[in-house]
Design a protein around this ligand. Structure first.
Ligand code: FAD
Length: 497
């Protein structure tokens, strides 16, 4: 059933209270439809975009400039109301501790998520979880990187037709007897017992009223996106001054993105394929999927050269390059790097976007701002920091990819002067992926949630969404966070209630 926030004062205790109705929150709530558990989903927004509600997301940006305004949406369905649908599972290497990347390593492995990937693909409107490039050769052409010691192909899938979570699943939740969806319900603070180890309620505010509601549940899940999940934990400081789950000052830290650059100019030879560089519907009806090929350093190369992960993706844009390309000149540095030479002869320019993993960095973080929003809550403040390790990896990965494409006779590459000369700070584009502010860890000293997504040292509080990711890999987060939400729902049903 759908209710308004003001109706919450009439609602008795439920089993599970989910805060946030985006990809994670809607997936969790759906997992309880038709079960014996009563679920309350608190969603800040209404059914469509509303500027006053969206302004509650206003977040001062300090540190590296960040285009925060359009990077999330605050209404039912959340940011899936304008996500692009590109998807791929995290890879096994993403879960490993990589000695050259400080703070890398998850307390779980890829196998701990795998059982939920099939269903997550269905939820997100994707084909089956099939990512072997050979499996897609009928659709995308043969894997032209087979045999390269350095580069490999990576398949991505596209949500088709693109799944907007509230439009796709809102009616199912509204029609469920055991699920209440409260719209216009802004969680402003978590309430806890005297020791801060049990959540006892959520303080909810709404516009045009001084009243608040405090719905109660046995278990609570934060599913508000990585910035707001951290903000809520930090703002819930009535009992623990540093906020809930924050005894070791980890909440809000390790904010990561997927920096995306046009880092090079790529001139392709006739050997470089034309097929598979844009979204392509599968050639056979089974499995139905829309796929694309990206390329990047293989796991072996990443280990050998001690790099962060990265990839090049083409989106079929062999067309004229944008304004930012005007500054591409044949620089001394790119000649020195051996990436710009006459042979082999290129026949066309391929517009490639480089996407990079960002290293986990405790100084890249969300804090509480001194500014307050229209409901009187302290805003979040974003201090996004890219470190030397990111800069170095962008540079060396771009060279590595260019050298191997040249060696294979596929393309020659010219680095942008700012990449090769290292003179300017990196001014990246972004993937609009908010990752890492409530990272999963083995102990409370090193992170915020445990392997079951429960906040360390709090008995009944869980977190859903990519805020739990300790590292970001190069996969888009949403299908993965949906798989984590399905896994969390099973855990809550089996072990927590
Ligand atoms: C332009 C763009 C393109 C993208 N493309 C892709 C892509 O191709 N592939 C991909 O994987 N990802 C993509 N993303 C990212 C994707 O949208 C997010 O990963 C995903 O939506 C996150 O899901 P979530 O449930 O954690 O958060 P959201 O979807 O943001 O949902 C959070 C919900 O919580 C609600 N909320 C917030 N605060 C409160 C509060 N205090 N009280 C109550 N409710 C609250 C919000 O209103 C919202 O409904 C894209 C993002 C953008 C901006």
């Amino acid at each position: 059933m759908l209710i308004g926030a003001q109706d919450l004062v009439e609602v008795g205790p439920v089993d599970v209270c989910i805060v946030g109705g985006g990809a994670a929150g809607i997936t969790l709530a759906r997992s309880f439809v038709g079960t014996r558990w009563r679920v309350l989903l608190l969603e800040s927004g209404g059914p469509s975009f509303d500027a006053r509600t969206h302004a509650l997301y206003d977040t001062p940006v300090i540190g590296t400039d960040y285009p925060i305004e359009a990077s999330r949406l605050r209404y039912f369905g959340g940011t899936t109301n304008h996500w692009a649908g590109q998807s791929r599972p995290l890879d096994p290497i993403d879960f490993e501790e990589r000695t050259w990347i400080p703070h890398s390593g998850w307390p779980i492995g890829h196998g701990d998520l795998e059982p939920w990937l099939d269903d997550a693909h269905t939820v997100c409107g994707l084909g089956p979880p099939e990512y072997d490039p050979h499996r897609w050769s009928t659709t995308l052409g043969p894997d032209f990187l087979t045999g390269s010691p350095t580069l490999e192909s990576r398949i991505f899938q596209l949500s088709t037709p693109i799944v907007r979570f509230a439009a796709a699943y809102g009616d199912e939740l509204a029609g469920a007897d055991n699920v209440l969806v409260a719209l216009g319900a802004n969680a402003s603070e978590l309430l806890s017992d005297q020791r801060g180890q049990q959540i006892t309620g959520v303080r909810v505010r709404w516009f045009d009223s001084d009243h608040t509601a405090e719905p109660r549940a046995l278990a609570y899940v934060l599913a508000c996106g990585a910035i707001e999940n951290a903000r809520l934990l930090l703002a819930s400081n009535a009992v623990r001054p540093a906020g809930i789950g924050n005894d070791f000052d980890n909440v809000g830290r390790y904010f990561m993105e997927h920096p995306a650059y046009r880092a090079q100019r790529m001139l392709a030879t006739p050997l470089f394929p034309s097929r598979g560089l844009d979204w392509t519907p599968s050639a056979e009806p089974d499995p139905p999927a829309v796929v694309i090929r990206a390329i990047g350093p293989s796991d072996a190369a990443v280990r050998r050269h001690e790099l962060l992960r990265s990839m090049l993706i083409f989106y079929g844009r062999d067309d004229a390059l944008g304004d930012e390309d005007a500054d591409v000149a044949e620089t001394e540095a790119s000649v020195r790097a051996g990436l710009w030479r006459d042979d082999p002869s290129p026949t066309r320019e391929v517009a490639a976007t480089s996407i990079f993993e960002q290293a986990p960095n405790p100084d890249s973080r969300i804090r509480l701002s001194e500014q307050r929003d229209a409901l009187g809550n302290r805003k979040a403040e974003l201090d996004w920091q890219l470190g030397e390790i990111d800069r170095d990896s962008v540079y060396r990965s771009t060279i590595l990819i260019g050298e191997e494409l040249a060696r294979l006779g596929l393309a020659r590459t010219q680095l942008r002067p700012w990449v090769s000369l290292f003179e300017r700070p990196l001014l990246p584009g972004v993937g609009n992926h908010h990752i890492g502010t409530t990272r999963m860890s083995a102990t409370s000293a090193t992170g915020v949630v445990n392997r079951n997504c429960r906040v360390h040292d709090v008995d009944n509080l869980y977190v859903a969404g990519s805020s739990i990711f300790p590292t970001g890999g190069i996969a888009n987060p949403t299908m993965n966070l949906v798989a984590f939400a399905l896994r969390l729902a099973d855990h809550i049903k089996q072990d927590a209630l």
